[in-house]
Design a protein around this ligand. Structure first.
Ligand SMILES: [Zn+2]
Length: 405
């Protein structure tokens, strides 16, 4: 602390040589000094670590982290980042808190049910640490807003649960050169990696595209809150390692850490950079962003009349074999919903609209949700299903081409 003499001395100090009275006040205002002392006290348990120290704490205070999703992963990650004093934290989530979230999304309380998650998380995190800047974005991350949001932060935390969002996070991170901390959980398994950091691989080096087998989400497969808690906490630790950058730290760049919590057996796998990666092997300005919302209820609907007029669309019947055998739309392909749910996802064209139908419309919507999570961007559900098609008397247009799948 630099001390400077001031002419006015409310509590004068007599110097040894008796020549003058001076008082010493620091250049910093008193309130600011007290804040610094409080900060030091708040973070003293981590400052005392030789790997962190005052220097590391300063880096943490100057760092900014954007967390995509305040769910099972985002909640613990945010708690530890905010508690550690990361100076600027952003939270992106369009969803609202519901009762089924409380089992694992530990930021939220019963009285926050119905509130937007980003806003509710900010409220709770502000109560934990009011000295940092926390911003809530009550919106869905998409190909339009992602770039602008990412530019405002140093590190991105991926707390999402679907391939479309993970590919978008990866592609934007590579495009504008930000590291991101990836994680994924399913049942008792978890995995964490740091992508696009220090010349390491990106997510698409590992998964160039969504798997062709259907991967259920947490709502379908189930998850224990503590599993999400451990993995989200590991994400916070990786972000702090990147921020502090001590020589002894080895962030999970080029590595995938996996753990099976049945046995606590964990592995550290090497992830080489894929020189033919569809994202990071390209020039940055050639990376195009795509996003397919996984939000339930946003599957676009078409009427039978619109479906009949759509010459280029691929129409898929998702009913079961007996229903298909009893009558179906001419030119339609048959892929039963039960087949999709068992994990068999056929190769479908990506250059045309896909229209799904079932008997009345409900199963078509479910099938569309499955295809959207697999990265098919242009999927529609025919409202009212086959029954509505039969009662619609508009003439069908002859298909220009017959599509094979
Ligand atoms: Zn890559």
């Amino acid at each position: 602390m630099d001390l400077v003499p001031i002419p006015y001395a409310p509590l004068p100090i007599k110097l040894r040589d008796n020549r003058q009275y001076v008082n010493y006040l620091p250049k910093q205002p008193i309130i600011s000094i007290m804040q610094d002392m409080n900060k030091k006290q708040r973070y003293e348990r981590q400052i005392v670590l030789p790997e962190i120290g005052q220097k590391g704490q300063k880096k943490i205070s100057n760092a900014s982290v954007l967390c995509i999703g305040a769910g099972g992963l985002g909640c613990p990650a945010l708690l530890y980042l905010v508690a550690a004093g990361v100076g600027h934290v952003g939270i992106v989530d369009f969803d609202t808190v519901d009762e089924t979230n409380l089992q694992r999304q530990v930021l939220f309380t019963v009285d926050q049910i119905g509130q937007n998650k980003a806003v509710a998380a900010k409220e709770r995190l502000n109560a934990l640490n009011s000295e940092i800047k926390i911003q809530a974005y009550a919106e869905e991350l998409n190909d339009k807003n992602a770039e602008d949001l990412f530019r405002q932060y140093d590190i991105i935390i991926d707390g999402t649960d679907n391939f479309s969002a993970k590919f978008l996070i990866n592609d934007v991170a590579v495009k504008i050169g930000k590291p991101f901390v990836y994680a994924s959980i399913l049942g008792f398994d978890g995995q964490v990696a740091v992508f696009n950091y220090d010349g390491g691989p990106c997510y698409r080096c590992l998964f160039p595209e969504a798997p062709k087998t259907y991967v259920p989400n947490c709502a379908e497969a189930g998850v224990i809150g503590a599993v999400a808690g451990m993995i989200g906490t590991a994400q916070a630790m990786e972000a702090l390692k990147i921020i502090v950058g001590h020589d002894s730290f080895q962030p999970l760049a080029g590595k995938l850490w996996t753990i099976d919590m049945h046995s606590m057996e964990n592995k550290l796998l090497s992830l080489p950079k894929n020189l033919d990666c569809p994202t990071c092997s390209q020039a940055k300005d050639k990376i195009t962003l795509q996003y397919s919302s996984s939000v339930c209820g946003v599957i676009p609907e078409v009427t039978p009349e619109q479906a009949k007029k759509n010459e280029g669309a691929l129409i898929i019947d998702v009913r079961e074999t007996e229903e298909w055998g009893a009558g179906h739309i001419h030119d339609a392909k048959h892929i039963a919903l039960s087949t999709l749910m068992q994990g068999t996802i056929p190769d479908l064209p990506t250059d045309c609209e896909i229209i799904l139908y079932c008997q009345k419309g409900k199963r078509g919507e479910h099938a569309a949700q499955i295809l959207k999570t697999q990265g098919y961007l242009n999927v529609n559900n025919m409202v009212g299903g086959y029954e509505a098609w039969l009662s619609d008397h508009s003439p069908p247009v002859e298909k220009k081409t017959s599509r094979n799948i």
